[in-house]
Design a protein around this ligand. Structure first.
Ligand code: SF4
Length: 155
């Protein structure tokens, strides 16, 4: 589900502006669960991990888990939200940032390829039209001519 935030607390669902906290309170699977599972004491003992794991298993059944997770990624509240702890969310943010950077790099590379192709296209098209052949054939021919010329210059 793509979640579109209007501001910190509101999203648009089916054209309607919805308050996220009210929506989670109305439809969240944790409505009647023990809040201590979702907001366990900040210790590193077994009880806390058991509570987190129980909370996450409730989230996995929750119909608004995507909304809850996106809200928590933006607001970073304390506790388990959208089947994640604060540490999980920190990792998700890092992963998303890395993915965005990789996509940006890819887009830059692709744009460069298109520009380079744009520069090489005209001579290839001219050659193809002169030889009455296809662009790949003309490209091969042009490359062969260029290497021949380079070899002549070097000899
Ligand atoms: S995803 Fe988890 S914390 Fe969020 S509303 Fe659902 S059950 Fe509650």
């Amino acid at each position: 589900m793509g979640v579109v935030f209007i501001d910190e607390d509101h999203v648009r669902i089916n054209g309607n502006m919805v308050n996220v906290i009210e929506e989670l309170g109305k439809n969240g699977a944790c409505r009647e669960a023990d809040p201590d599972l979702f907001f366990p004491e900040n210790t590193k003992d077994r009880t806390m991990f058991e509570a987190i794991s129980k909370a996450k298993s409730i989230c996995y059944q929750c119909p608004v888990v995507d909304l809850c997770l996106e809200y928590a990624l933006r607001s970073d509240p304390y506790g388990v939200w959208g089947a994640t702890t604060e540490a999980d969310r920190k990792q998700i943010r890092i992963d998303r940032r890395l993915r965005r950077d990789a996509d940006r790099q890819k887009a830059i590379r692709e744009r460069k390829n298109i520009e380079q192709y744009g520069q090489a296209r005209k001579p290839v098209e001219r050659k193809a039209s002169n030889l009455r052949t296809t662009a790949p054939e003309a490209f091969k021919k042009l490359n062969a001519e260029r290497s021949e010329a380079t070899n002549l210059m070097l000899s």
